[in-house]
Every structure is written in C-alpha cells, then in structure tokens.
Design a protein around this ligand. Structure first.
Ligand SMILES: Cc1cc2nc3c(=O)[nH]c(=O)nc-3n(C[C@H](O)[C@H](O)[C@H](O)COP(=O)(O)OP(=O)(O)OC[C@H]3O[C@@H](n4cnc5c(N)ncnc54)[C@H](O)[C@@H]3O)c2cc1C
Length: 390
C-alpha cells in the first residue's frame, strides 16, 4: 500500500493528525492495532485546556459536567479550584473522532506497525504480513511506541519519569453525582496524583498515577482505596459495598517533556512524544497533521520530506506549549520534594480560599505560585531550581 501520510495509532493525537492531514489535502491511512475495539483510559478534561486547544466538547460523548476540582492532602484537608470540567464517554469520543476522520477521507486500517525503514525519501512501515509506503509517517502510538526510537529519535527528555497508572471504574449508589473531581497529592501516589472522577449516577473512576516506583502500581491503588473509603465513610454509609467493575493500566507522560519529534519522513505526536493530556495532545496532533499535509503538498514536485522540511511542527508546537510543559514538570518535581506534613500544612492554609481558575497561563501560574509561597515559602526557590533543571 502507498499513501501520502500514514498515521500509526488512533490516539487522540493520531485521530487529529489524520483528520487535519486529510483536510490539508493529503491521502491518509490511519492504522491501529486495536481498531475494532479501542479501549482507552483517559476520560476527563477541563474547559480551559480544551478551549486553549481548540477542542469543542460534543454532546454525543459528554457524560457529565463538573464544577471544578478539590485538591486533597494525605490527611484529607481540601482546597477547591472552580474550573469547569467534563467526564466523557471515551468509547463514544473515539467513535466520534474516527467517523470525523473517515468523513474527511481518511482510510482506517487495522494492524500493528512492527518497524519502519526510511527508503530513499519515503518511509516504509512493516506490519505482520503487509507493508505501507508513505511520504510522511506520523507516530502517534502512545508512550510505549517503538517507531520513533527505532528511527534514532529520543522523543521524551525524561522517559524514566512516565507516571504509571491504574484506574478502576467503580459503582456505588449516588457516587457519580458529586460535582467536583478530587485530586489527592502526597505519598499515596508519589510524584503525581490519586484521582476520584464522578461520572454521573452510580459510576465514577478511582485511579493512581505514580512516578519513580515502576509499572506495577497496584499497591498504591490498594492504599488509596482504603484512604478514599475512610474519607467517604461519613458521606456514604454503604461505602464498603463499592464495586470495582473494571481496571485499566497505562502510562501518563505528564512529566517527561517532549524531546526530538522530527526525523526524515517521520513526525512523532501525542504520548509517544511526551505530550500528555487529551486536549493538548489533540492540539499537537492537529499541528502535526497540518504540517505533514503542507510538506506533502509542497514537496509534490521535488519529493523531499526531509527533517528540515518537517521541522515547522516542532517550531509551532514549542510556540504554543513549550513553557507550559516545562512549568508543569517543574511544578510536579517541586511537589515530589514535599513531605506529607508539608502538603497537609499547605492545603490546610489554602482550604476555604477560592483559587484562581481563569486568565492566561502566566497569570494563573503567578497567582498559584504566590499563594502557595504564603504557606511554604521555599516553594518558589524549589520551583525556579526545578525549572532550570527541566
Ligand atoms: C489510566 C490513565 C488515565 C488517564 N486519564 C486522563 C484523563 O482523564 N485526562 C487526560 O487528559 N489525560 C489522561 N491520561 C493521559 C492520556 O491518556 C494521554 O496523555 C493521552 O490520551 C494521549 O494518548 P496517547 O498519545 O498516549 O495514546 P494512547 O491513548 O495510548 O493511544 C495509542 C494508540 O496507538 C495504538 N498503537 C500502539 N502501538 C501500535 C502499533 N505498533 N501499531 C498500531 N497501533 C498501535 C493503540 O492501540 C492506541 O489506540 C491518562 C492516562 C492513563 C494511563
């Protein structure tokens, strides 16, 4: 098979890359090894990030609107951030964007990419018993992707810092009706967070996202479940009846920072390039697909799809996201330096205050830094040091 642009992985980034490349006039194949039954974990996003990424939340996959998030410390102190958020039906979300891609002319193909080789000025991707030659290949196959590394790229600057996650769909009468996400921080989920996300009715998800403790984070999940049940015991008399319906595991590249994303005839996007989060990776995929289509169009006469021709993707991505990701990593590194007692003190200090949730990224970051420093003065110094190191 031959095409202009081959996208590997129907991840949020891959779906958007395929759609935007097709909209840009390229002939696109979107390949996924699990195309018949996509089963992705991520199911929550916030209005601010969605709007900044140009993502419109569609009714066809929206399950529940939430009013914001509560940050909880190990001892159960909480501070609230009003910020509109969404719990989505992930299967319907994937179906929606797959059908959008198809409507734009993308060909969907089930199969697993095994390796890719640059041949002349094209790249051939090998499947079990087939091969596809493309002018540009987009690797959007998630955190465990091998295509970019095979091509000699280091698409994550800190791959050892993937947060490994375990998330459960749970059921308890009324649990899904709560109005705020809960993000627990501290030793119950070192390096990132434990989460409670109400999905409406009796359904919710509970998860742990842990850095620096390997891929098996089940012990942390068990620990968090106990903390969660103890915390909710006053609110739900039957909390011990909480049923775990299903479990998903995976890696969240929240803190790894994107590295090299471009090689000859190859672009890397989404989790594969350390671009974490549904909304931001969709925007990254859109930029990636647009640049791929432009390269294909521009190079049609000269057939040149070199790294130089594709570098616009990195440039455009950096212009929008570089500092946000660096600040994000520095913040999580700073959080990881705090002991539980410090987090308890900090959240106790913030409790009852309304933390800012609107305005520019810089304004929100400055405000959050100033407020946190009131209760933990060393924070700004730690943050600056971590920013320099990131
Ligand atoms: C448990 C968990 C919960 C999360 N929750 C949230 C959340 O609520 N909100 C949020 O914003 N972010 C969340 N994240 C982070 C989020 O999942 C990712 O940052 C984001 O979805 C980007 O997805 P991805 O690029 O990693 O690709 P993935 O979603 O991993 O998709 C990769 C795709 O590539 C396919 N693929 C892989 N290898 C091949 C191959 N060789 N050939 C063909 N196809 C292949 C896979 O089948 C898959 O469909 C969560 C992460 C985890 C692990």
């Amino acid at each position: 098979m031959k095409c202009d642009v081959l996208v590997v992985g129907a991840s949020p980034a891959g779906l958007m890359a395929a759609t935007s490349a097709a909209k840009g006039g390229a002939g696109v194949i979107l390949l996924d090894r699990d195309l018949a039954g996509l089963d992705h974990a991520a199911n929550t996003l916030f209005e601010g990030m969605a709007a900044a990424s140009g993502v419109r939340i569609e009714d066809c996959y929206l399950k529940k609107e939430l009013e914001g998030m509560s940050i909880l410390s190990p001892s159960g102190q909480s501070a609230t951030i009003p910020a509109k958020g969404y719990f989505i039906d992930r299967k319907k979300f994937d179906e929606h964007y797959l059908s959008l891609a198809q409507n734009c002319g993308v060909t969907l193909l089930a199969g697993a990419a095994k390796k890719s080789l640059q041949q002349g000025n094209r790249r051939t991707v090998y499947l079990d018993d087939d091969e596809i030659e493309a002018k540009v290949v987009v690797d959007a196959s998630g955190v465990s992707s091998g295509l970019a590394r095979q091509a000699g790229l280091q698409p994550m600057r800190h791959p050892e810092d993937i947060a490994w996650a375990m998330e459960a769909d749970v059921e308890l009468p009324g649990l899904g009706e709560e109005k705020f996400f809960q993000y627990w921080i501290g030793s119950m989920a070192p390096g990132w967070k434990a989460t409670f996300s109400p999905a409406g009715g009796d359904r919710a998800t509970l998860g742990v996202f842990v850095r620096g403790h390997g891929q098996n984070v089940q012990p942390f999940f068990r620990g968090f479940l106990k903390i969660f049940k103890a915390h909710k015991a006053g609110q739900y008399r039957d909390i011990e009846d909480l049923k775990i319906l299903s479990i998903r595991r995976g890696g969240d590249p929240i803190c790894v920072l994107p590295g090299e994303m471009t090689a000859n005839s190859l672009l890397v996007t989404g989790g594969a390039a350390g671009q974490s989060g549904l909304a931001y990776s969709m925007r990254a995929g859109t930029i990636c697909g647009t640049v791929a289509a432009q390269a294909v169009g521009r190079a049609a006469a000269s057939t040149d799809f070199s790294r130089k021709g594709l570098l616009a993707y990195e440039k455009l991505w950096k212009r929008e996201f570089y500092w946000q990701y660096r600040m994000g990593r520095a913040s999580l590194e700073t959080l990881a330096m705090m002991k539980d007692e410090e987090i308890n003190r900090l959240v106790r200090g913030l409790s009852g205050k309304t933390l800012i949730s609107s305005g520019s990224f810089a304004k929100k970051a400055a405000y959050a830094g100033a407020v946190v420093s009131l209760y933990r003065p060393r924070t700004l110094l730690d943050l600056a040091a971590n920013l320099m190191r990131s």
